[in-house]
Design a protein around this ligand. Structure first.
Ligand SMILES: [Zn+2]
Length: 444
């Protein structure tokens, strides 16, 4: 049994509790009690406020190599994608492992205890399977172990270069040929203590309508998470309507993809009918606000979806920054810009999207909450930094969501193990140096 004492903690409501003692047994929270005036002598001391571990529900870890490098010269989502393919072409199992390890270590330092990796770089640069056809995915799960975080490997089916179009050269390494061969390869993956296996459909651009149900049934048979990029760009909607006579969401609904296992990523440009279908199916939507603004996608209808009954979760996607607090507050702040009004989301709602709801979307329903029986994954923040100074018990939650950054994270505990202590990663030496070397290796 270990005892962890926090002056304040968020236990899920609209206010914080004080004098919080978290008792852990192995990897699990055994008890949470509040109102302790002084910490028990034998307890570990956490920084000022403790929150549950944060879930990053949508990641392409290799995009970390593009940070800063794609910000010059304008362009569109589609010119950005060409730069992204140049990096994808450089990846090998070894360079992928190094880049993923460093990127997941950066996530851990930001308070992220679980990542959903939307993984489609399966084969070598010529599209030929490696001796182990899952070598690239194995690099990712190894990287997560090295960085001390949980991972849901969302093994992605990617077959075409657009609706009815062959793969481009850069996309060949993403494809298994057809959905049955994707399923055969994905079925050889195994979960582990820190690993869940899920499925993904890259998009309606990359998986033909008649193969969508193969991926959906693979996920349904396993009760596994099923993620899919949807309507990030208007061009995708236009192409889908032109070829299939229906929106991407409508097409997914007709092919058994929408269910409570499904998470639709972005969902930026939806019709009212799309919103009703998503909410009616109890599917989730993963917003990636820092990426959506970086790529000029638009502002997704998060509040409208939530009001209709869909759960919203969050991801850092292309990693133009990795800061879960920035993703959370962006839901509210983007809505303010669009509506010219304030106060659409409460801080606790935004934090729930970043914690328990995100973990559910990744197949970890017993993580992301500070409750007995849940996984002992939690994070502390310093409320005395230049960004957070002035916080008190009445507004600590608002300071965390609307003012804190990843730099204010002090301790990160995953499964009862302290992965970050006083802002320093305990398993990966020199995270910045690792990132620098790993980025250089894939940028040529
Ligand atoms: Zn994505």
């Amino acid at each position: 049994v270990s005892l962890w004492y926090a002056p304040m903690a968020w236990l899920g409501g609209d206010a914080v509790d004080t004098g919080v003692l978290i008792e852990t047994e192995g990897e699990t929270i055994a008890r949470v009690t509040t109102g302790h005036a002084v910490p028990p002598g034998e307890s570990h001391r956490c920084a000022d406020i403790v929150i549950p571990g944060l879930a990053n529900a949508h990641s392409h870890c290799f995009h970390r190599a593009l940070r800063g490098r794609t910000e010059r010269g304008g362009g569109t989502f589609w010119t950005w994608r060409a730069q992204m393919y140049d990096v994808a072409a450089q990846l090998t199992p070894d360079s992928y492992l190094a880049l993923a390890r460093a990127t997941y270590a950066e996530m851990a330092l930001a308070g992220i205890t679980c990542v959903g990796e939307f993984h489609y770089v399966h084969h070598d640069a010529n599209g030929v399977p490696y001796a182990d056809p899952n070598a690239m995915g194995a690099a990712l799960t190894q990287a997560a172990a090295d960085a001390g975080v949980r991972i849901t490997l969302l093994d992605t089916c990617y077959l075409t270069g657009g609706i009815g179009r062959p793969l481009e050269e850069a996309q060949r390494r993403f494809s298994d040929g057809d959905a049955e061969q994707w399923a055969a390869r994905a079925s050889r993956r195994t979960s582990a203590a820190h690993v869940r296996i899920g499925a993904a459909i890259h998009s309606v651009r990359a998986v033909p309508a008649d193969q969508l149900a193969v991926v959906a049934s693979w996920a349904a048979q396993r009760s596994a998470p099923l993620h899919v990029h949807v309507s990030e760009q208007r061009a995708e909607n236009d192409e889908c309507v032109a070829k299939y006579g229906r929106t991407p969401t409508h097409l997914l609904a007709e092919n058994a993809v929408l269910s409570d296992l499904a998470t639709l990523v972005h969902a930026t440009h939806l019709t009212d009918d799309d919103v009703a279908r998503i909410a009616g199916a109890r599917a989730r939507v993963c917003m990636c606000p820092t990426t959506e603004r970086d790529l000029g996608d638009g502002i997704g209808p998060a509040r409208t979806l939530s009001a209709a009954g869909a759960t919203i979760v969050l991801g850092s996607d292309s990693h133009s920054v990795i800061d879960p607090f920035e993703e959370a507050r962006a839901l509210e702040l983007d809505e303010r810009l669009r509506s010219e009004r304030r106060g659409h989301w409460r801080a606790a709602e935004l934090l729930r999207a970043a914690t328990s709801d995100g973990h559910r979307a990744l197949g970890w329903p017993d993580a992301g909450r500070l409750e007995a029986g849940c996984r002992a994954d939690f994070v502390s923040l310093d409320l005395g930094t230049p960004r957070t100074a002035g916080a008190d018990i009445a507004n600590a939650l608002e300071f965390v969501v609307f003012a804190a950054t990843s730099a204010d994270v002090r301790d990160v505990i995953v499964g009862g193990r302290r992965v970050v202590a006083d802002g320093a990663h305990q398993l990966v030496d020199d995270v910045a140096g690792g990132l620098r070397a790993a980025v250089a290796a894939v940028m040529g």
